[in-house]
Design a binder for this molecule. Sequence first.
Ligand code: NAD
Ligand code: DAU
Length: 371
Amino acid sequence: MPEKRTVLVTGGCGFIGTNLVRLLVGSGGYHVVNLDALTYAANPLSLVDLADHPRYEFVKGNITDRRLVPALFEKYQPAGVFHLAAETHVDRSIVSVDDFVQTNVIGTYSLLEAAHAYWSGLQGERRNKFLFLHVSTDEVFGSLGKEGYFSEETPYAPNSPYSASKAASDHFVRAYHQTYGLPTIITNCSNNYGPYQFPEKMIPLMILNALSGKPLPVYGDGANVRDWIYVKDYCKAIQRVFENGRAGEAYVVGAGNERRNIDLVRQICDFLDEIAPPAEIHPLRERGLKSYAELIQFVEDRPGHDHRYAIDAAKITRQLGWQAEVGFEAGLRLTIEWYLSNLEWVKQASSGSYGEWIEKNYAWRALKEKK
Ligand code: NAD
Ligand code: DAU
């Protein structure tokens, strides 16, 4: 276990952030300062049990705040930064780009400025060991055809406003290392799934729609492929990179679980049929539903929909000895069971601005109506 160190985590109330904060405060032994603006994507219930933990502090604030962020570096003297705060949903970025530029580009730049100023004033070991870990995505590499994998050598080719904003943030992170020597590392990971994921993303959306008897909307022909990783495996990779990664480098992360969307949705339905049969769920029983798969509907495709993502994680395995531990089927069952056992969390996530947003902006369909 590392010596107890204070670290700044941004976006710690989001999906990956919540899982990461739990890992770092728990077995990681870190003192975590979590800076989060609590946007629609954050759920106040996610970390409520850590509120009084001696190694956890929450600060509500925006990474673009040029007064608050430097003050936090000054106050807490962190040994490093885990930067996760971002706007993350591709569909939202298609409807409205502004927040993506504000948070992902300007926010990352503001954080880099504050980190650089703080790091420049450090001496000796503290300066040498400081690290700015930027959590990015494989979507910056664009889309694959039937063959091939993303690796650290893949050229950037973002296709959505979301991935373009993440690519821009990656370039700033790289530039602060190349130009000023700020010790930075970038991780580019594939699709995460697991506990605490906001229900606008595919896996929780399908689970929760199914349980409410709503349609399961599969975009296009359902042949798009994503490469899935259980979120706790990714958090362990992030910790490993923070502790042992080489400054100035990038690591792509994935677990080798490629699935076509339609196959994944059918698998979710099969597991749900077994774990929570529709015949045992009051309104679904009345509708005579035999399987959740009857709710699958093919809908209009996402504009610019990337066809396939797949990761070659050889570098992180070879250099840092990391590899995923949770198999896909086991992880999916754990995820379904987590949502079934955390309905209060789900209720909170689905209330307020999320529900209103869905009503007003059902993604590109609303965009099309405006045209
Ligand atoms: P999320 O949308 O669940 O959570 C984002 C968090 O950031 C929320 O708590 C939100 O309140 C906070 N936030 C947003 N704007 C902020 C701002 N301006 N200032 C402070 N806090 C702000 O995101 P996630 O899925 O957990 O993703 C976390 C990071 O990992 C992102 O950078 C994302 O690009 C990256 N990533 C995600 C995945 C995935 O599959 N979810 C895969 C690869 C990379
Ligand atoms: O690859 C990493 C990225 O994975 C992260 O950087 C993003 O933050 C994260 O949101 C995720 O992006 P995707 O666009 O791949 O995830 P999403 O869950 O939105 O969609 C997964 C796939 O499922 C995608 O091909 C679109 C499809 N889909 C999605 C939804 C919400 C559907 O068919 N129906 C749906 O209702």
